[in-house]
Design a protein around this ligand. Structure first.
Ligand code: HEM
Length: 499
């Protein structure tokens, strides 16, 4: 009995100590949040929803209502000016739409990508995802080494050699559409361009023929879609995976990630074997990925293998949805504007005529079509934002900024009437050669050293797909157009069937 009461006494003491420790930690954390508020509250910003969670509930509300979060950023930029503050726990994000600050921060290599966002993408709900790949690498040396090795696979010289694949895939899509037209069947354009873009990336980047227009049961397109959706929940809601009703989705995301990495593992092993056997292999992204992990002795440990897979997943994620959605948005805007469609069609007719094989140089002559593409990315920058950590104090638009995470959204600046007149009007002539160039307020491929590596690729391939489309599009697409909202990592068009 005495022993029992002794243990009981100790347990009570321990509980009291624990309670005090938790209380002190809680008070300490609250004071720290207060300190952060005091440090940043001179910067304008919307009122916080709560002391602890800052603006988090607004984000969650917007996501739940399936609205585009960048619309909210835009609304706040109009109200609070060129730099405003958002809070969440002890984190502060500064949303910047001031062109001078955008130039200074994005063009400089000295500001790394921010820890909070890019480190969180290392894993998705516990499954390794983008790891230390090119998009998420924060260490300058590590990133620079990868970028140098990857560059040749994106040079215009290399892209010229890919025109055959682009031509062939474009024709396959046209054949597929002709089949639908002959049977007078409805189809979903977004799905088709998704498949064909994925096909092209798999072929030109990894040397693999997926032929998704034929093999419609492939789990690949769905896996990428699920990972992108998972990314958003994983980044925006730190408690997401703790809620039991979300577990089936969390599991689906983990499986999708695993599918991408397992596939990458098989393709990388096959290519390594080919290299070791002295076979001639293309100098594509897959070969460059293997080179980027090579330390000169052709031996790879587990870390190297994981690193190669990071980049494998990175290229699929960075390249596929962004390009496919851009194409889908473009086709739909053309459908809404018969005059622009006609002008683009005439240009394609003049430059290409009935040529079957289109050359790289032909694409350079499609000036108006380029403008259409630029204007599409202005209204629908499919990868709308990026962020950087600024470690030193600076002044933005007369406001003292004590360092912190700065966030940039091309969606926001592209839709502000102080930068673009009648911003919601689709007008490719804004990008006419004689028109003034937008000054650091239009950056769908980001800017500076960390700008999109696939930029050239993303301009050539959609061009190649649009031409036959323009020439053969007999009726206006009947698809409805608005932006798919539940995501936000990549802007996607919502669609109804295309007839
Ligand atoms: C319309 C299509 C595309 C758009 C709008 C786009 C946009 C972007 C943006 C905004 C970034 C910066 C991301 C950040 O800071 O977090 C980026 C980076 C990147 N993109 Fe793209 N992208 C497109 C297509 C592609 C394609 C086709 C590929 C490759 C196949 C690709 C590969 C990359 C890579 C590797 C990076 C990281 C670059 C670095 O940090 O050095 N992108 N892209």
């Amino acid at each position: 009995m005495a022993v029992f009461s002794l243990i009981f006494g100790w347990a009570c003491h321990a509980l009291w100590y624990l309670f005090f420790i938790v209380l002190i930690a809680f008070l300490g954390y609250s004071l720290y949040i207060k300190h952060i508020h005091m440090k940043y509250d001179h910067i304008p910003g919307p009122p916080r929803d709560s002391f602890f969670f800052g603006h988090t509930s607004t984000f969650l509300r917007e996501m739940k209502a399936e609205r585009v979060i960048h619309e909210k950023f835009l609304e706040w930029a109009e109200t609070y000016g060129p730099v405003y503050r958002l809070n969440g726990l002890h984190h502060v994000i500064l949303v910047v739409s001031c062109p001078e600050a955008t130039k200074e921060i994005l063009m400089s290599p000295k500001y790394p990508k921010d820890k909070f966002l890019y480190k969180r993408l290392f894993h998705l709900f516990g499954q390794r995802f983008l790891g230390n790949g090119m998009v998420t690498a924060r260490n300058h040396e590590q990133w620079y080494k990868q970028r140098r090795i990857m560059d040749p696979a994106f040079s215009s010289l290399y892209l010229r050699g890919l025109m055959g694949t682009f031509n062939e895939r474009a024709e396959r899509l046209m054949d597929k559409l002709a089949d639908f037209a002959d049977c007078k069947k409805e189809t979903c354009m977004l799905h088709l361009v998704n498949c064909v873009t994925l096909d092209v990336i798999a072929k030109v980047a990894f040397g693999v023929d997926l032929d998704l227009l034929k093999h419609t049961d492939s789990p690949f397109p769905k896996a990428i879609e699920v990972c992108l959706e998972g990314m958003v929940y994983h980044v925006r809601d730190v408690f997401f995976q703790l809620i039991p009703k979300n577990w089936p989705f969390v599991n689906e995301v983990r499986q999708a990630c695993k599918l991408l990495r397992d596939t990458g593992y098989r393709w990388i092993q096959a290519r390594k074997t080919a290299i070791q056997n002295g076979e001639e292999v293309p100098k594509d992204i897959l070969t460059q990925i293997i080179k980027s992990a090579d330390k000169g002795d052709n031996r790879y440990n587990t870390n190297d293998e994981e690193f190669m897979l990071d980049n494998f997943v990175t290229f699929f994620i960075a390249g596929q949805e962004t390009t496919a959605n851009q194409l889908a948005f473009c086709i739909m805007e053309l459908g809404r504007h018969p005059d622009i469609l006609e002008k683009a069609r005439k240009e394609v007719d003049d430059v290409i005529g009935m040529k079957q094989e289109i050359s790289y140089d032909d694409l350079g002559k499609l000036v108006y079509l380029s403008q259409v593409l630029k204007e599409t990315l202005r209204l629908y920058p499919t990868a709308p934002g990026t962020s950087r950590e600024v470690h030193e104090d600076m002044v933005i638009n007369g406001i003292h900024i004590p360092g912190g995470v700065t966030c940039f959204s091309s969606y926001v600046t592209s839709r502000m009437d102080k930068f673009f007149k009648d911003p919601l009007t689709f007008d490719p002539d804004r990008f006419h050669l004689d028109a003034p160039k937008p000054y650091y307020c239009y950056y769908p491929f980001a800017l500076g050293p960390r700008s999109c590596l696939g930029q050239n690729f993303a301009q050539v391939f959609p061009h190649r797909l649009r031409e036959p489309f323009l020439l053969r599009l007999a009726t206006r697409p009947q698809q409805t157009l608005h932006i798919c909202s539940q995501w936000g990592a990549v802007l996607a068009p919502c669609y109804s069937p295309f007839t």
